[in-house]
Design a protein around this ligand. Structure first.
Ligand SMILES: Cc1ncc(COP(=O)(O)O)c(C=O)c1O
Length: 381
């Protein structure tokens, strides 16, 4: 469809093209020096002690779960209002995701009260997700998790360039998992990164990423190693040089792009408050610096969401939903939801709509969207 304002848009220029061409001309495509440089630059950017570039954030989340040696019978507390990957990563290990509620209509991140209710003697970890790039309450969650001996994995798929107390999200917990999927703030098509502060865990991630092998093809090519041992069960979760080359260029543009996202979000907030006062706009009083990955709004109780989205479509404006809650999916219905009530998740999931947000969006396009929202709200009554 030819949208007047699409939900998101990628922004690749001559820099990315040149970087890809340089890789092709180098004759070395699989994980090597360019990936190493990407990891170094990502560590410098986030302040993380270790970073491993991987095929996507889903495998990063799986690596974090696998490093904990989760097994059937173990439980991991996760939000339901997230992408299915957050819970699937747990299921790949045989363990069970147990769902916790979100905090409120104005804070769509996992609720510590609900985490406490979902906690059982079988709980082995918590995965939090920084919705839209807004931080979960990491100080409180980490303090409680520590008392209860639970590692905290951060699904930071939305949060590249997000900070809380001047500390980059993804570096607070045991491991942080970033996504470089097409629609993300830093995009390589497919790609991801796992970061950790823990040296022993870094060693595990290095093995898990590449079949548990103690040396890489690149090391052997460089003459650093002749052979390899297989020290653990691992996977092929590697990234390649083409994706890493794009990632390096995208990282250079990230701050400027996130600044523009912030400006657009501020303009949205101002205009929506003025023209659509019935609309809920979450995270108004967020304490940290968000990457502003998406622009969620909450429709009034009485509005018909389908009708709202249909009207937006007639205005040429693409909208989306973040997210259909995981516990309602067919493949999860047989799974115990956990003792926590998911009342807020269910309410918000019914009323949430995501508006367009991407760095190339103009102020005039924001105005177009807001005018369309005002009309769609009237028609959805
Ligand atoms: C919250 C969240 N977690 C995990 C993922 C999975 O990322 P990837 O597509 O890189 O595997 C995504 C991607 O959309 C996401 O939005």
């Amino acid at each position: 469809m030819n949208w007047l304002v699409p939900l998101s848009d990628i922004q690749f220029g001559p820099e990315e093209k040149g970087a890809v061409q340089a890789v092709l001309e180098s004759g070395w495509l699989t994980m090597g020096e360019v990936t190493h440089q990407f990891e170094q630059e990502f560590m410098a950017y986030t302040g993380a002690k270790h970073a491993f570039a991987v095929s996507n954030a889903t495998v990063a989340l799986h690596m974090a779960c696998a490093a904990l040696d989760l097994k059937p019978g173990d439980e991991v507390i996760v939000p339901s209002l997230t992408f299915v990957a957050t819970a699937n990563a747990v299921r790949y290990t045989g363990a069970t995701p147990v769902f916790a509620d979100i905090t409120s209509e104005s804070d769509l991140t996992i609720s510590l009260d609900s985490i406490k209710k979902a906690f059982t003697p079988r709980s082995r970890a918590i995965i939090v997700m920084h919705y839209a790039g807004y931080a979960c309450d990491m100080p409180a969650i980490l303090a409680w998790a520590k008392e209860n001996n639970l590692p905290v994995i951060e699904d930071a798929a939305h949060a590249v360039g997000s900070y809380l107390d001047n500390r980059h999200l993804g570096t607070w917990g045991m491991a942080g998992c970033f996504s470089f999927f097409s629609n993300k703030n830093l995009s390589t098509g497919e790609g991801g990164m796992i970061v950790t502060e823990d040296d022993a865990l870094a060693e595990k991630f290095s093995l898990l990423r590449s079949h548990g092998m103690t040396s890489l093809t690149w090391d052997r090519h460089e003459g650093h190693a002749w052979s390899y041992d297989v020290a653990a069960l691992g996977y092929n979760y590697r990234i390649d040089e083409i994706h890493s080359a794009i990632g390096r260029e995208q990282l250079r543009k990230l701050n400027a792009n996130n600044t523009r996202r912030r400006e657009i979000t501020a303009l949205y907030r101002e205009m929506l408050a003025q023209h659509c006062p019935d609309l809920g706009v979450p995270f108004a009083h967020h304490p940290g610096v968000s990457a502003h990955h998406i622009m969620p709004v909450i429709l009034p109780n009485s509005a018909n969401r389908l009708q709202f989205m249909e009207t937006m479509k007639t205005h040429g404006i693409q909208t989306s939903i973040h997210y259909p809650p995981i516990h309602t999916f067919t493949d999860f219905r047989s799974q115990p939801v956990g003792p926590a009530s998911l009342e807020v998740t269910e309410d918000i999931a019914r009323r949430e709509v995501t508006l367009p947000l991407y760095p190339l969006m103009t102020d005039a396009q924001v105005e177009l969207v807001v005018n369309a929202v005002a009309d769609a709200l009237v028609k959805a009554r």
